[in-house]
Design a protein around this ligand. Structure first.
Ligand code: C2E
Ligand code: MG
Ligand code: MG
Ligand code: MG
Length: 281
């Protein structure tokens, strides 16, 4: 009896852990089928220029609705892919959706809209991201500067495994953005090492900046840094009209966030862009 109680207790205490282990196991098991059947999706979130008046770019964000566990956070999905030996398959799948979006944009005369995809430190270190990306864009006749790759400082810090690939991408003309800027610890050094084209200020510094003096100060400082180094700066996590106005007044040109546009499937994103064009004309 004591044993049974013990086991029960164990079960109660570790229910959360068990659930997350189950989720991991199921994701690893189901991911290859999701890739093959295309139940995995890539959504796009607009990045606005002109302080919110034009779509300057789109960020590709992976989405997976698991039949049992619901929406899987992208970080968990990337980890499951790695555990299942599917890191390269997943990257190729996302790249394919990104290329399709770029081809569609060009066909609609929107070839100056940049498309960004995220590459995790793990992906950059483990697979030949440079060869895969350059090979695919060249095969499709897509202009290399139309693609932006978003990496974090963590990637830049793993110099040995990633520097050659990042340099190859950037020398070929692929744009580089340093994502989640401002929450790491050696951001200035990584900016130099990477020769990034763009900085994306982490949303923890942006959301609610109107009401928080030190956030506003930090964002102002990053905008100044961008001007000094000739880099574009994107503010992520713009959730209110108030924050948007504050950012505009501070001279921030590029913004991304729920207030301006949420991530959506490709079709809905293209429709939104067409509507915006029509109402501007
Ligand atoms: P990220 O690259 O910084 O992407 C921005 C995240 O912020 C997205 O979350 C987006 O949905 C969310 N977001 C955008 N605007 C707002 C806002 O106004 N308020 C709030 N609260 N959130 C906002 P998501 O899609 O869950 O992605 C989370 C992270 O997972 C991404 O952060 C990125 O690092 C990673 N990720 C997403 N898709 C991919 C992918 O295809 N490949 C890789 N390697 N990583 C990905
Ligand atoms: Mg990103
Ligand atoms: Mg970010
Ligand atoms: Mg982030």
């Amino acid at each position: 009896a004591a044993k049974a109680v013990g086991r029960n207790r164990f079960r109660v205490f570790d229910e959360g852990l068990l659930r997350s282990l189950e989720m991991r196991r199921d994701c690893e098991r189901d991911l290859s089928r999701a890739l093959a059947e295309g139940t995995l999706a890539v959504w796009f979130q607009p990045i606005f220029g002109q302080a919110g008046r034009e779509v300057a770019g789109l960020e590709a964000l992976v989405r997976w609705h698991h039949p049992v566990h619901g929406w899987i956070p992208p970080g968990d999905l990337i980890a499951a892919a790695s555990a299942a030996g599917l890191t390269e398959s997943l990257l190729r799948f996302i790249l394919e959706q990104v290329c399709t979006m770029m081809l569609t944009l060009r066909a609609r005369g929107l070839g100056d809209v940049r498309v960004a995809m995220n590459v995790s430190p793990r992906e950059m270190a483990q697979i030949a991201v440079d060869e895969i990306v350059l090979g695919r864009l060249r095969a499709l006749g897509l202009p290399l500067p139309m693609l932006e790759i978003e990496i974090t400082e963590e990637t830049a810090l793993d110099i040995e495994a990633t520097q050659g690939k990042i340099a190859a991408l950037s020398q070929a003309g692929i744009r580089l953005a340093l994502d989640d800027f401002g929450v790491g610890y050696s951001a200035l050094a990584s900016l130099r090492a990477l020769r990034a084209d763009r900085i994306k200020i982490d949303r923890s510094l942006v959301t609610g900046l109107t009401a928080v003096d030190d956030k506003r100060g930090l964002v102002q400082a990053v905008l100044g840094l961008g001007r000094a180094l000739g880099l574009d700066v994107v503010a992520e996590g713009v959730e209110t009209a108030e924050d948007r106005a504050t950012l505009e007044a501070m001279g921030c040109r590029f913004m991304q966030g729920y207030h301006l546009g949420r991530p959506a499937p490709a079709e809905a994103t293209l429709r939104m862009m067409a509507d915006l064009q029509a109402s501007a004309a």
